[in-house]
Design a protein around this ligand. Structure first.
Ligand SMILES: [Zn+2]
Length: 324
């Protein structure tokens, strides 16, 4: 606990930086959709009640940033769809609705991660949380799906490697759903390793379709009904030691909170403080290898009260230990 600083001595650089933008509230899927603006409103309200956060507006991701993860014809097709929609959103698949404000929101989400990376790489900021929507980890290179248009965290990982010549970027994904989009974009990359747990079987059911995964994708399945002890044991014994051995120079987090027992879209039984527990472990690894640098981005979480409380647990753990 040598590096823990009490809140009374926290400097501006020690504060958790939150990146968000009003555009992320304007994306409106069809009425009744679980990935609603209310999710982010609830998260922002909960974070605003925390002391000692600093806040910045998220920029739009640049075209060059998006092109590292997505081909130009996919980006053009999304823009053509959006140009064709008037007031009502259209379904790109049964889950993924594109409305007039959707791509701006998704570009803010990816832009937030890239800006967060700039902050931790170029300034004394060490921890960033991107309070954004829509989520991103289901968006494949050339396919929008699972509420996602751009592969937000993968865009950031590729940007970090190219912009800062990093050799080892870790992406940690604890969303209850498999990040098939992140895997599609990042699979086989020599300088990025993806560490994840997700419920099996569950949407997007990609496990059954893939015979073998590239070596840089390390994941463990969670059974339906997975409780706190099972989750913590799996991360403690299998995923965290591998992450530690990887010695990441930067940690990016796909922070999905839908493994919570109250979540309506999955069947895991985690509690709010499980997210803080895992986050604290990630902070320790980041302090050990990455000068404390973590950029986390909101993915899933669909029970509003559980989402807000879980984000607070995550954010407080991100604040907890600071690089000295
Ligand atoms: Zn999810």
């Amino acid at each position: 606990m040598r590096n823990r600083k009490c809140s009374g001595t926290m400097s501006a650089a020690d504060k958790l930086l939150v990146l968000s933008h009003p555009d992320c509230l304007a994306h409106q899927p069809v009425a009744g959709h679980p990935e609603s603006p209310a999710r982010l409103q609830t998260v922002l309200q909960a974070l605003q009640a925390l002391p000692e956060l600093s806040w910045r507006q998220a920029p739009l991701a640049s075209r060059a940033q998006l092109l590292r993860a997505h081909p130009a014809d996919y980006l053009a097709a999304l823009e053509q769809y959006q140009a064709a929609v008037a007031e009502q959103p259209i379904a790109l698949d049964p889950d993924t609705w594109l409305g007039p404000a959707s791509l701006a929101a998704a570009r803010r989400a990816a832009g937030a991660v890239c800006a967060g990376i700039e902050q931790v790489m170029q300034t004394s900021v060490r921890r960033v949380f991107c309070a954004v929507r829509p989520p991103g980890h289901h968006a494949e290179r050339a396919r929008a799906m699972g509420f996602c248009f751009y592969s937000t965290v993968a865009v950031g990982a590729l940007y970090a490697v190219d912009q800062y010549a990093l050799q080892r970027v870790a992406v940690v994904d604890f969303d209850v759903h498999q990040g098939n989009g992140s895997e599609d974009v990042l699979g086989g990359h020599a300088n990025i390793h993806y560490f994840a747990s997700h419920q099996v079987p569950l949407y997007p059911f990609a496990d059954q379709q893939v015979k073998s995964r590239p070596d840089n994708l390390t994941y463990r399945g969670l059974p339906a009904g997975c409780d706190s002890a099972t989750f913590r044991r799996l991360w403690s014994e299998q995923l965290l030691p591998r992450l530690d051995n990887y010695q990441p120079e930067l940690l990016l987090v796909s922070a999905g909170f839908d493994a919570h027992q109250a979540d309506p879209l999955a069947q895991c039984n985690l509690h709010t403080d499980d997210f803080g527990w895992l986050t604290e472990k990630l902070v320790r690894i980041a302090v050990r290898h990455a000068r404390g640098r973590i950029v986390s981005s909101l993915e899933g979480g669909y029970d509003l009260a559980a989402l807000a409380a879980s984000v607070v647990s995550h954010a407080q753990a991100l604040q907890g230990i600071h690089y000295a």
